[in-house]
Design a protein. Structure first.
Lengths: 465, 369
């Protein structure tokens, strides 16, 4: 049994990769550590549950990585995906620390595998967890238990007592009662607010009601809000979130990876009025992957339909739900509940605008439309071979960018610029420091592991003083 | 095999897994799945027999229960696997033995033992059943060697025929050309994979029984069982050669090759099944097809009784209990042989066949086929 009457050296709020790395790193320096996870045990780990790999710099190939990925190349990639929206000093620090992370995380029981099948393009840069994110979490939790770290599930922190940048205590709710939890240092690693629809509505309006959340319902941002309300400086665009187009039939929460669709380039995308609204052939994955969520969010009722024909039906990875199929475009419209005349007209106009070219979906090919608005600038092929298919899509929210500002010690910075006395942050809650916008595969886990490890170490050192 | 609810569920699960693929490093099932976009019943039966039931994918899965996607691949494939044993059984009339396998095996074993005792009694002076007897040829005074050869050779040949017919049905169902079974490369790869239980380790973490990856000794006990069985089989082969080539009759002295092989094998075949039985009781029920418990237990118990009765016979063969022990041992071995095609024994045959196909598919995929 966990004894909440005794004060801990380090309190870690959250239960994902960043939280566990912080807890383990603090415990390994001798500190007593309590982890408070808001979710029940099965759903522990926030978005880490749904991850698969982490991006770490390395100077040479390994058993599981096909080649070197230098710090400089990592930095270039980060600069590109964030369009400069990053803190260079912090980012370069993280990239440097990521090198050792490949060894450190393995020492905590995490296992890697070579990338296989559909992920070969990341085989050089990203290290894949054997069995995926939940396997990685299981390994970290096992290590945490063996080290004597206390973990409480179903323990959402509902209040924080912070005075002048000094954390005093947290409060959790159990069986209807508020229980105070005291510790010398705090590590906040409790993620963003992507599952908090009310909060999303503050920026997006009622539109957010139609968003699907790709992770668990427990990423509510309660601790983030408390920290910002108690004077921690905020970082990152409060209105922004990472949104991709996912199957509209996905559950409201926790559909994870298997509801994503990557077939936009193979057809056209229409809204509920059966009209096209954006160039489906603009760019290659992953850039297009991350814009379509936002595009669909801008359409009426936040719904759209990817329409393609038999020519393309086996060119992309299968997903959970089968495509909706019909013998004619007209019949397809009927099944989707779209105006048949409008969809036929859209497809006809599109087909007429397609110019001949050599189709190659692995490059920006020369198959395009002419005289069409919006155009389809690559991979444009007429949609005319039955059967016809469609996937309904909605915005799927992965994570939010708003967070707490930190320094190189992962120490939170208060509004006005003073470092907090004993408060640290790691993971998605401070990702905005490094990742002001955009995303590249595996970066979330790098941020979590590196800053988690630093935060735990610093929080433990802080507690001893 | 007919479309069952287990097959329908396997189809659903593989559709979920094929759009995730996080488990592709754990074993052979998921890479085999990734070679396909949709799944025939034959494909699913192939996956089921490729699955070693290590359990890793269940604890690694973000969609396992209580998640609404309710992904439990080990249990489902265990169901499909057991269904497939029944579907491929030859002759068809014997398929029903799989339905209540534990009971069927027990009854057959009891009847076989009883018949051997009765046979000994009928053929001999009843008093001789408990008389002290030893030395070369002692066994054959109870049952002539030729009779033993005809009976056991016949049972063994029958088992091989029935197993071969089962594999034929399996091979047709999964749609694999017969020629694959004659490819030395695929056969050798499958032999190595089966012999090392390569896929009973969750990709390197070992057989899993919970999220915490508590060490599980299933692989060790399975090795003891399997190699113990092989040693016992080798002992029988050597003894047969002794008999016909060298004219030396059993029982042999303790230091002679058949006895050494048999003793060593017998020990493995006693400790292995006992360990597997104990681990089975401790295994997370969520991973298991509980309706097939009888089949698993019956097979392990039969192996255990085979080795224990054999070892007892070795130790007590000079004593008064020799005859009754011989009848017991022969009855158990006989029933083990004739029930081989109708019990858990078939798992090794179908899994090996599935591994042969997987080896072929891997080589075709990498362009060396």
């Amino acid at each position: 049994m966990v004894d909440l009457t005794r004060p801990y050296d380090v309190l870690v709020i959250g239960g994902g990769n960043a939280a566990l790395c912080a807890a383990i790193s603090a415990r390994r320096t001798g500190a007593t550590v309590l982890v408070l996870e808001a979710a029940p045990k099965f759903y522990r780990g926030g978005n880490t549950r749904h991850t698969r790999n982490m991006r770490c710099a390395h100077d040479s190939a390994t058993d599981t990585l096909t080649g070197p990925y230098t710090e400089e190349e990592f930095w270039d990639d980060l600069l590109r995906v964030t369009a400069g929206n990053t803190d260079e000093e912090l980012a370069r620090f993280m990239i440097h620390e990521s090198k050792d992370m490949l060894h450190w995380i393995v020492k905590q029981g995490v296992r890697f595998q070579p990338s296989l099948g559909g992920t070969l393009s990341l085989g050089r840069t990203n290290s894949f967890f054997l069995g995926g994110g939940r396997a990685m979490l299981n390994a970290l939790y096992m290590t945490a238990e063996q080290l004597g770290i206390d973990v409480l599930y179903d323990a959402e922190v509902v209040d924080l007592d912070i005075r002048d940048g000094m954390f005093l205590s947290a409060a959790i709710e159990r069986d209807g009662a508020r229980i105070p939890v005291r510790a010398s240092s705090l590590v906040a690693a409790s993620g963003g607010f992507e599952a908090n629809i009310e909060w999303l509505k503050q920026s997006w309006g009622d539109v957010a009601e139609n968003f699907l959340i790709r992770g668990t319902p427990y990423n509510r941002g309660t601790v983030l809000k408390l920290l910002l309300d108690r004077g921690v400086e905020q970082i990152g665009d409060p209105t922004q979130c990472h949104a991709v187009a996912i199957d509209a039939r996905a559950p409201k929460f926790d559909g994870g990876i298997i509801t994503r669709l990557d077939c936009v380039v193979f057809g056209i995308v229409v809204n509920k009025h059966a009209r096209r609204f954006y160039d489906e052939g603009e760019d290659v994955w992953p850039k297009r992957y991350a814009i379509w969520g936002r595009l669909v969010a801008g359409q009426p009722d936040q719904i759209a339909y990817i329409v393609y024909d038999a020519t393309s039906s086996e060119l992309f990875m299968p997903s959970l739900y089968p495509a909706i199929e019909a013998p004619t475009v007209r019949a397809l419209a009927g099944t989707l509940g779209l105006d048949p005349d409008a969809l036929e007209a859209t497809v006809r106009t599109f087909n007429d605008a397609v110019r001949p070219g050599t189709f190659d979906h692995t490059i920006l090919d020369d198959c395009r439309t002419e005289g069409l608005d919006p155009p389809k600038t690559h991979w444009a092929r007429p949609i005319r071979v039955a059967p016809f298919y469609a996937y309904p899509v909605r915005p799927g929210i992965t994570f939010t960018y708003l967070g707490t500002r930190v320094n190189r010690q992962a120490r939170m910075v208060m509004s006005g610029g003073t470092p907090a006395a004993n408060m640290f942050a790691a993971g998605e809650i401070m990702a905005g420091n490094v990742l002001g916008r955009g995303y590249a595969a595996g970066m979330g886990m790098t941020i979590g592991s590196v800053f988690g490890r630093v935060a735990g170490r610093e929080a433990a050192a802080n507690a001893k003083n | 095999m007919p479309r069952t609810s287990a097959l329908a569920e396997a189809d659903r699960l593989m559709t979920v897994c094929n759009s995730c693929r996080y488990c592709e490093g754990l074993c052979a099932v998921f890479p085999a799945m990734e070679m396909r976009r949709s799944f025939t019943d034959g494909d699913l039966s192939y996956f089921a027999n490729l699955c070693h039931g290590c359990g890793a994918c269940y604890y690694d899965c973000q969609f396992s229960p209580p998640h609404e996607f309710n992904v439990n691949v080990p249990r489902n494939l265990a169901q499909v696997r057991a269904d497939s044993y029944q579907a491929y059984a030859w002759p068809r009339a014997c398929a029903g033995l799989f339905a209540r396998n534990g009971l069927a095996i027990s009854v057959i074993a009891a009847v076989a033992v009883a018949l051997f005792i009765l046979g000994f009694v009928a053929a001999d002076d009843p008093a001789a059943l408990f008389a002290t007897a030893g030395g070369p040829g002692a066994f054959y005074r109870l049952m002539p060697h030729n009779a033993m050869v005809v009976l056991f050779g016949g049972a063994f040949l029958y088992a091989i025929l029935a197993l071969a017919m089962g594999v034929r049905s399996f091979w047709r169902d999964i749609g694999e050309p017969a020629g694959t079974l004659a490819e030395p490369g695929s056969l050798w790869q499958a032999t190595r994979d089966a012999g090392s239980l390569r896929y009973l380790d969750g990709g390197g973490v070992g057989c899993m029984n919970d999220e915490a990856q508590t060490p599980d000794r299933r692989r060790l006990f399975h090795h003891l069982t399997f190699y113990g069985f092989l040693l016992c089989f080798a002992a029988t082969c050597v003894a047969t050669l002794y008999h016909y080539l060298l004219g030396r009759e059993a029982p042999y002295p303790w230091y002679d090759l058949p006895v050494l092989l048999g003793t060593l094998g017998g020990l493995g075949l006693a400790v292995g099944p006992a360990g597997l039985l104990a681990l089975r009781q401790r295994r997370d029920p969520v991973l298991q097809d509980e309706t097939r418990r009888g089949m698993d237990v019956a097979f392990l118990v039969m192996l255990f009784l085979t080795s224990v009765s054999g070892l007892l016979l070795l130790v007590l063969r000079a004593g008064a209990a020799m005859e009754i022990l011989l009848a017991l041992h022969l009855g158990i071995v006989f029933s083990l042989f004739i029930t081989m095609p109708y019990g858990k024994f078939v798992h090794g045959i179908y899994r090996f066949a599935a591994l042969v196909r997987y080896a072929r598919e891997r080589r075709s995929l990498s362009g060396h086929g």
